[in-house]
Design a protein around this ligand. Sequence first.
Ligand SMILES: Nc1nc2c(ncn2[C@@H]2O[C@H](COP(=O)(O)OP(=O)(O)O)[C@@H](O)[C@H]2O)c(=O)[nH]1
Ligand SMILES: [Mg+2]
Length: 432
Amino acid sequence: MAERPRYMAPQIPDDEEIQKEDNIRCLTTLGHFGFECFPYQLVNRSIQQGFAFNILCVGETGIGKSTLIDTLFNTNLKDNKSSHFYSNVGLKIQTYELQESNVQLKLTVVKTVGYGDQLNKETSYQPIIDYIDAQLEAYLQEELKIKRSFFEYHDSRVHVCLYFISPTGHSLKSLDLLTMKNIDSRVNIIPLIAKADTISKNDLQKFKSKIMNELISNGIQIYQFPTDDETTAQVNSSMNGLLPFAVVGSMDEVKVGKRMVRGRHYPWGVLQVENENHCDFVKLRDMLLCTNMENLKEQTHTQHYECYRCCRLQKMGFTDVGPDNQPVSFQEIYEAKRQEFYDQCQRQEEELKQRFMQLVKEKETTLKEAEKELQDKFEHLKRVQQEEIMKLEEERRQLEEEIIDFYKMKASSETLQTQVCTNTKKDKDRKK
Ligand SMILES: Nc1nc2c(ncn2[C@@H]2O[C@H](COP(=O)(O)OP(=O)(O)O)[C@@H](O)[C@H]2O)c(=O)[nH]1
Ligand SMILES: [Mg+2]
């Protein structure tokens, strides 16, 4: 008996089975192919690879950043208390490997240090921008490499920024507005009202709407939970209406009835962190970790990274269309850039040559002038010396004449003296 084929050959469908839609034929499969298992393959691969998530916490010192992160992951991530006396804002980066069931999570938490502690807060947001950009740049550089190794590459791009707002009950501080305005195009911002247990229920509602109005009137874009997936659309859109989340953090275990819960114990009662009537902590955790972590990562890649990449490549001179609005290829741009660079080098070389010639000419003129000056000086000195020689010659001549005169006078005086002596002797002899 002939062996039965493992898979039935697909039969050619009747014309009625072919639905035409944008020239794509939709066929009903008549046998089992196996591609219904694609999703499982993806799940298995993801579990094997593990997940990575990078959170940036921006907020004043002591506002509750470390406590909230510990509470979110129900782990003591062992962070020391920060000082209020830093002269500049800094960032503390810590990476942890966490595991829940068989899912591994490489969690990177970046927290601001010294934020809001300086008198002059004008540039407090700069280190935050620099950090976000540096991670986007690192990814871009990896992408531009010839030999890319995305499998081992640790993607450090910030997936979400939890912005901690002080529970003042009044309004946002100018530092909050300035920072959020400057980072909103680079990262997904989720605003949080920190230490929400310090604010009453009525004040909290007013404070929330005040914050949202201020964000809108200052044109600040915060992350919106996506509503395009029908499985999460309803919950996400209701959560969008609850932003900013009012959160409370605590790792303390408090007894409520017969149960131990995480909360903060006050003289007047217990605030239960995971009780949705007490604060929005559970909503934040669900939105951040259960429902939208993948979307946050996707937004980081498709929106923020794309925007950064586009600007950087444009700054480098790359473009998709030429001056005549015609598409241009990477090769054409590269060739044009190369030619431009070559021309620029030529121009610079020519300019340098001209400058060199000019300098040589200037130097020659100065040297010639100096030579002429020296020649004039020499001529002058020569003249002065000749005059001096002439003067000395004249003086010598006069002296020689004087000497001759002197000797003449001396000779005549000697003759005279001899005559006088002779006459005196004659006179003496005569008297004798
Ligand atoms: N009332 C209240 N206190 C909190 C809350 N979260 C943290 N704290 C307290 O605030 C202090 C500073 O918290 P910490 O997490 O170290 O702040 P960080 O400097 O922003 O990391 C600690 O004493 C915490 O116990 C909160 O939600 N409510
Ligand atoms: Mg801390």
